[in-house]
Unconditional design. Structure first.
Length: 163
């Protein structure tokens, strides 16, 4: 008995090939993003640690330095760490007198974190150095490429968030 193969519909074959190419491109982008993220973060974290701060401590101080007094409950959401990690890092920074807790005058359930003079003095010194290091890390891109990458990554993040 002879089997006859039916010729595949060229339109269907083209769609399958396009799907496979898109999947391969997505996987390639995922690997490239993962490697780039690791390399960028390794250098940024090394710079933060050079200043005697963990990445979480640095980021908490950066929020307070740039935004001012901030509710403890919202810090974790802002910098993407758990509430337990926020408490642990706030405790460490408070012991070093780099920030302080301030109760809300309007709502006793709300506690703010506020950078102290010591914290501000430290960040006045180290933030320009860190910003310069971040510029060096991003040095593989010119200003136009940096802007384009920022826009594309925002779009990617929003799409991933929606699922």
């Amino acid at each position: 008995m002879t089997e006859q193969r039916q010729a595949a519909d060229p339109e269907e074959t083209g769609a399958i090939e396009a799907d496979a190419a898109e999947e391969n491109a997505s996987l390639k982008l995922f690997v490239i993003l993962s490697k780039a993220y690791k390399n960028v973060m390794d250098r940024a974290v090394k710079d933060m640690k050079k200043h005697g701060l963990s990445p979480s401590e640095f980021t908490i101080l950066e929020v307070l330095y740039n935004k001012g007094r901030f509710p403890l409950q919202q810090i974790g959401e802002k910098i993407l760490i758990t509430s337990g990690s926020v408490t642990y890092n706030i405790d460490k920074l408070e012991k070093r007198e780099l920030l302080k807790r301030v109760p809300s005058p309007n709502d006793r359930r709300v506690i703010y974190a506020e950078i102290t003079e010591n914290g501000r003095a430290l960040f006045d010194e180290i933030f320009p150095q860190h910003a310069a290091e971040v510029r060096r890390i991003m040095g593989g891109l010119n200003a136009q490429e940096t802007e384009a990458a920022s826009e594309l990554l925002k779009k990617l993040g929003k799409g991933a968030e929606r699922g």
